[in-house]
Design a protein around this ligand. Sequence first.
Ligand SMILES: [Zn+2]
Length: 837
Amino acid sequence: MSKKMNYIASVISSCVLITACNGDKLDNPTLNKVTRLQAPVHEALTLVKNGKSEAVVIIQAPLGKNDKYQAKIYEINRKAAAELVKYIKAVTGAELTIQTSGTQIEKGKKIILIGESPLTFERGISTKDLPLEGFVVQTFPDGLAIAGRMPGKDENFNLGGGIYNIGESAAQGTLFGVYDFLERFCGIRWYYPGELGTVIPPSEDLIIPACKYSDWPEFAKRSGAHWMAVGMHDDVKSNAAGLKTFSSYFRAGDSSYIEFGCHSPADFGIHIDAAPGCFELSKTGKRDKDFPCYGNPKTIDLMFDDLVQFYENGNQNPYISPRSKRPWCEPTSGRIVVSPPDKPVACNCEYCSKLWRDDLGSNGQATEILAKFTGMFAEKIKAKWQGKKVLFLPYLNYLTCPENMKLPENVVPFICLTYGTANHKEPHVMEYSTRAINDWSKAVGNNKVIIWEYLCWPAENTFLPFQYPHIIKDFYLKNRGKLIGSFVDGHLSQGLKRSSTDMTPGGEWAYSHPTMYCWYRLMWNADYDVDAALDEYCTLMYGPSAPVMKKIMDILTVRWEKIEWKEKIKDHNVKSSQINAETMPEKQAKELEELLDKAEKLAAGNILVQKRIDFFGTALRKFLDESTRFYSNNIPEMLIKKVGENPIIDGKLNDRSWGRSEKYYLKNALEMQKLSEQPAGYVKAVWTDEGITFGFVNYEEFKSVADFKERDDRIYDDESIELFLQCRNDQPYFQVIVNCLGACYDSVGNDKSFNFDKIQVASYMDNKNKYWSCEIFLPFRELGITPVSNFEFSGNIARNRKCYYGNEILKRTYRWNTNYRANHNDTSAFGKMKLVE
Ligand SMILES: [Zn+2]
C-alpha cells in the first residue's frame, strides 16, 4: 500500500506537462482510468501502414543460464508478445515478427519492447514503483515499451488453490499492459468468452501517438468460479480451463499473496476415535465425525498438532478430501484456513452451548464459537510461525460479527456475503454486508478483508437476465478502503447454468455478461464508468439493432436496481412473485419480448449481429417463458378435499377420510422423468375447519437411511419428505420436513426457531410392501388461513430419497412440481393448492 501511495505522490509531482494529441485514447471513459504521465516529445509511431507491418516485437533473451526465474519471465513475456501479434494481425492483417534481444532488426522498423528488461532500463522505463500486476506503456522515438511489474525472485507467481488457481496470477502485469494497449489503440473488446463476445474493428493502419501512462488494479484479489462457459467451447469443460483460457482478458488476477481456501481441514474426522470430544455433539448425544466441535479447547490443540505434523513431517492426511482423495485447501507456506464444513454450526456440547448467541440471529448464533476458536488458534500460529496468515471464513450462522470482537492481526477475514451481490439493491442487504465488512475489519485492527461474492444468487431463482452494474459499483465505492479483493462464486454445481437442465449456450455468460464485464472492471478500479461501458457495448456489439438492445439492457438494469421488494428477503432466495409480479411484471415482460423481436428483425442480413442477439436472446426468452407460466394457469393445482373428520395421525393412510382425496404423484426433481420410470410416491391432502392433513406414500424397495430423531435436527439429510406452504404472498413460506422415523423439522422462511404448536406428525414403515408413509396435520390458525371453500394458496412437496444400495448410499430427489432447479424451495415451481368441498 505504501508503495502505491508513494507512487501516486510521485505521479502528481511529475504531472506537469501532458500532451493533448492523445487525449481521447488515454481518457476513454469506456476503458480503465489510467494514470497519465509526462509524455515524451516525438512524432507518432506508425506500427502498421496499409496492412503492412512497420514494426517488430522484441523480448529479452533469458538472462543467466539455468536461471529458473529468468526462464519463467521469458515465457511470460513470450505469451504476452504472442497475444499482441495475434490481435494486431486480427485488426490490420499485418503479422509482426517476434525477435529476441540481440538479433538483427530490419532497418527502419519500429520496435515494441515487451516486458521489463535491460532494454527498457536503457530507455529509462521501469516498473519498480508500481504495485504487482501494474504496467507502464511508454513510447520513444523509434518504438514503445509495454512492461508489467513482475514478482520478485522469491515471490510466488501463482496464487489460488484447487480449481480456483489462476496460472501466474501475480505475474500478469505485462499481459494486462498488452490488453490495455489493444483495447485503447486497436479498439478490441472482450465482452464474453469466444469469438462472438470479442469485438475486433478492422483497420489498415496502426499509429500510436507519443504517450506514457500506467495502471494497476485497485483490488489485489480478483478471481472467481464462473469461467466454464458451457456450450460455447468444447475444450473448456472446467472452471480451471476457463480461467486459463479467458480470465486474463477480464483482468482477473491475484497478487494478494493470500491464497484461496475454504472448508478446511477436509478430513478432521480421522481423529474421531482418538478424540470424540472434538466433534460436534447432536441433541441425541451422537458425535458427528464430519464436523469438528470448535468450542472444545482440545480441538485447537489437535488442529495445531496437525499443522505441526504437516509443516514438519509433511503429513497431509487431515487435509485430504475423503471424496476426491486429493488435498483440499491444505496449509501453504503463507496461509492456514479456518473454515468448517459446508453446514451451519449446531454443536450442543457444554463449551459451545455457553458461547451460543441466539440474540445475533440466524446469521450470528455461532460466531462467538468460531471467533474464539480462530483467535486462540491464530495466537498459537503466530507464536510458532511469524508471517503465516490465518484465513478465516465467516459464513452461514457465524457471519455476523459480534460487537467489540478482537482477533489477532494475522487473521484475514474472508467474508462470505451469502445474500448474493445482486441483492445489494435492497437497502437492508447493502447495509448488512457493508456492516459485516466494517465490523470484521475492525476486529482485525482495521486491516483489510477479502469478500466472497455470489454471482449465482439469486440468479438460481429465476431466468430473468437481470443486470446490476451500478449496484456493484455502489458496493465497491462504499467498501473500497476495506477490501483486499473478491472471489466471485458461480453456479459451479450446475455446470455454470441457472438450472441444472437449462441448455442455454453460454450458461451464466449468456444471462449476465454485461454485468460480469463491468464487475471485473470495477474490481480493477471502482471508479469505472459503467454507463459509458454499457452504451459502448451495445453500439459495438449490435450494429443496426444497437438502440433497441440498449433499451432492453436499460429495462433489465433499471428495474432490477430500482424496484425494492415489498417483503424483505431473509437470505439469498427471492420468490417467483417478487420477480414476476414486482421486478418484471407482465407489461414489462411483453415490452421486452417486442423489443427482442424488433432487434432480431433489424439485424436481418447481418449474421454476426444476429448470432450475438441470439446468444443473449436465448437467455431472455427463457425468462419470457417463465413469465408466461407465471401468468398462465398451467401451474399444477392440488385440490384439497373437505372431509368430516381429521384422519388419525399414525402414519397409516387407512382412515376413511383418505378415500375421498386425489393422489398427486411425485416426479424426478432434477431431470425429465422417462415414461417407463415408476413414480416415487404420491401425496394426498384433506381439510376440516380445524386444519389440513397431508398424507404421503413413498415407495422404497431398499433399506432407508435415517438417523435423526430430534425436532429441527438435520431431518432433510435422512429419507424424508418436505412440505412448503406459501399461505400468503406477502409472508414467508412454512416448511415442514418429516423423515421415515417420524422426526420433524419446521420453520418459517429460514427461521428454524419457529415451531408449530399444534402440529401432528407420524411415519409408518411397511418393509414388506416396500413403502413408508407419513401424515402431517397443520392447524389453520397457525397457518394464518381462514378456511373457506376455494381458498387458494401455493406450495410444493418434495421427497429426499436416501437408501442403502449395496455398499453405497443412493440419493434421489422428487417433487410434485419442478422447474428442475437444484433447490426444493424454488418458488417458481410452487403449485396451486386449493381448498374444495
Ligand atoms: Zn461443541
